[in-house]
Design a protein around this ligand. Structure first.
Ligand code: WT7
Length: 646
């Protein structure tokens, strides 16, 4: 067990907004009197119509209903843009660093305001109105943030789809929320390579038919086919519209955005977040977890296609009047010093990234880091998957020169914002632990039967009461929402994660306990990869599990049974990998494929994944009880033909 503690330094305790006694007192208050606590915190947001009710939530198994600030009205873009103009018009809001190190842009709050107003009017010109769903399939450029904020300005609900998803995945997401407008770019640019975004949209729309329009931002100005009456260049329309768009007054519980995420079964779910609670929570967590103070340069390296980008590149920072850095590229291009060079170039103070990036850069050694200064850094953050203590220590010692605390922030697409994390001026850190709950968050650890375990314990992580940033529903399927999150344990939100609590009350997330994989911080349902595989003409059956991977955290291990007559070969392996990439996207590429004449099934036909996981992990000595298998002999074949980690 790793119990080394990195205490809060005197400097940090003094400068931070919140020290330990303040954290303890505020936390107590937040759970004893949520109405009082959140009514006060919600003042950090400008309300068009003040709320009189605060919390109105029920986790009752068949009647889950979550409402915060329900009679208040506000506008998110007004909070992220307009209200900063008087004091911060000339301050940089978005600092953009291009894929090419010679390219960057600084967008002040005044410019942001101009851009968002025009973008909002362009959306209206395209026929969009309050309540419409708009899909955003964009690269990491400032126009993506303008587009998101423009949606919120007119009360449209955005659904950002990560630019790495395939046309098929994109089509499914456009269809699920019935969106009639897709905002995209001609091409994206990553590590010097072009990503054909508009071509992908064309392919997606070809599958859908119907009346979906596109709005195309030009990033590379490549010649692309435009379909008359369907496709419009953003730049052409922007010239024609008015410069001012009045922000729509939105009810606190009006939908703000949908973000698709993978579950253990079925298609990706449209996680629905609403306006007031989400913004209060994103804003407060961004301010306190990163101890954001005036003038700080803050950089979160996520893609806006994920919730981290929503809450901690766009909404949290901009609602706080921060300077948020947006990076188009990757950590290893042109060299693996890129992150550290960007930190020096823009004098970044707060840096928030993922364990998979840290592990990849750690493998490149200390030199690419050490040749940069990084003197501006004050705080480091980690998100997306458990960080192994070795990577944590390296991040602390080499990147942070032993000077910067690390906030290991645990949360989910569903939670809207960070739930478990140290506050840097309050809580000493243990490498690998997300430490303690944020204000208003009540975690508990339960055993398989749902019994709440006290003190030092290990089991499944649940949250026993609501917080303002919580998702409200699955878009179009409230029954699935209740079933997925509130049926396993009574009157509690089930996270899907395993967790341990130590003697100091610190939480240690141990990873997913369901059939969800976490590959390089990307969430992936085993069922999704399996259904992509069985869609191939030569595949009759597939079972997918995760296995420990040095850099990705988890790798994807696929057991594939072929159709009679199909020949197992390395060529077919490559073909199947390519197939999954086109079906879902590169992030779902299987790392290892094992051709298996049979899969281990119970007599009732259920695949025993426990056994497949053990074999993938190389733990043959420990396969557990195989006597209930219909044909125990399949296990011998699986063990004999196990694929090795590369
Ligand atoms: C899953 C949620 C949180 C935004 C990005 C991912 C894992 C996330 C941590 C962490 C251990 C973590 C969990 C969680 N996870 N952060 N600090 N320590 N595990 O959001 O795609 O919804 O994935 O990521 O397993 O359930 P997501």
């Amino acid at each position: 067990m790793h119990d080394k503690i990195y205490p809060v330094s005197d400097d940090w305790a003094k400068r931070a907004q919140i020290d330990e006694p303040t954290y303890r007192a505020m936390y107590q208050r937040s759970v004893a009197d949520p109405d009082g606590f959140w009514a006060e915190q919600a003042k950090r947001i400008d309300w068009i119509q003040p709320f009189t009710k605060v919390k109105n939530t029920s986790f009752a198994p068949d009647n889950v209903s979550i409402k915060w600030f329900e009679d208040g009205a506000l506008n998110v873009s007004a909070n992220c843009v307009d209200r900063h103009l008087a004091k911060r018009g000339d301050q940089v809001a978005i600092l953009w660093e291009g894929d090419d190190p010679t390219e960057s842009r600084s967008i002040t709050y005044r410019e942001l305001s101009e851009q968002v107003n025009v973008f909002a009017n362009v959306l209206k010109e395209m026929g969009a109105k309050k309540g419409d769903r708009i899909t955003i399939y964009m690269p990491m450029i400032p126009e993506t943030a303008f587009a998101m904020l423009a949606c919120t300005r007119i009360g449209a609900v955005h659904s950002v789809v990560f630019g790495g998803f395939s046309p098929d995945s994109l089509a499914g997401r456009i269809q699920d929320c019935d969106s009639k407008l897709v905002i995209t770019a001609d091409e994206g640019l990553r590590a010097g390579k072009k990503i054909p975004l508009k071509a992908n949209v064309d392919a997606a729309l070809a599958k859908l038919g119907g009346d979906v329009k596109t709005l195309v931002v030009q990033r590379t100005f490549t010649d692309i086919p435009m379909q008359n009456g369907r496709d419009v260049f953003y730049g052409d329309l922007a010239k024609t519209v008015s410069q001012h768009c009045e922000p729509e007054a939105m009810n606190a519980e009006d939908p703000l955005f949908i973000l698709y995420t993978s579950g253990s079964t079925g298609k990706p779910k449209g996680v629905l977040h609403t306006t007031g609670g989400y913004l209060v929570y994103a804003s407060l967590t961004h301010s306190k977890v990163f101890d954001y103070q005036d003038g700080d340069i803050y950089w979160c390296t996520a893609d806006v296609g994920w919730v981290t980008g929503h809450s901690y590149i766009v909404y949290g920072p901009l609602s706080n009047g921060a300077t948020t850095l947006m990076f188009e590229g990757v950590p290893t291009y042109p060299t693996n010093s890129r992150f550290w060079e960007v930190i020096d170039k823009h004098q970044v103070n707060i840096f928030y990234t993922a364990p998979t990036a840290i592990r990849a850069l750690m493998q490149a050694g200390d030199e690419p880091v050490k040749k940069t200064s990084r003197a501006s850094l004050r705080l480091l953050g980690s998100v997306g998957e458990p960080i192994n203590p070795e990577a944590w220590e390296w991040y602390h010692r080499v990147v942070g020169d032993d000077r910067c605390p690390i906030v290991d922030t645990w949360w989910q697409t569903e939670t809207g914002g960070i739930l478990i994390t140290p506050l840097p001026g309050a809580i000493g850190q243990k490498p690998g632990s997300a430490t303690l709950p944020f204000f208003g968050v009540q975690p508990a650890i339960v055993d398989g039967e749902g019994k709440v375990l006290e003190g030092v314990a290990e089991g499944n992580l649940i949250i026993t009461d609501s917080w303002p940033g919580q998702m409200r529903s699955i878009y179009g399927d409230h029954a699935r929402f209740m079933e997925t999150y509130f049926s396993t344990y009574k009157n509690a939100y089930f996270t899907g994660d395993g967790c341990r609590r130590d003697a100091d009350g610190y939480y240690w997330i141990t990873g997913r306990v369901d059939d969800v994989l976490n590959v390089s911080g990307h969430r992936m349902g085993t069922a999704e990869v399996e259904s992509a595989l069985v869609a191939h003409e030569h595949v009759s059956e597939a079972a997918v599990v995760g296995y420990p991977h040095d850099i990705k955290g988890q790798g994807i291990y696929a057991y594939v049974t072929l159709m009679a007559g199909a020949e197992a070969s390395d060529t077919l392996r490559k073909e199947l990998v390519a197939w999954v990439r086109t079906e879902i996207g590169p992030i779902a590429s299987p790392d290892l494929i094992q051709f298996a004449p049979g899969l281990p099934k119970t007599r009732s036909g259920k695949i025993m994944r426990r056994i497949l996981r053990k074999i993938a992990e190389g733990e043959f000595g420990n396969l557990g009880d195989t006597s209930t298998l219909a044909d125990p002999a399949v296990v011998d074949d699986l063990v004999a033909n196990r694929q090795n980690k590369r």
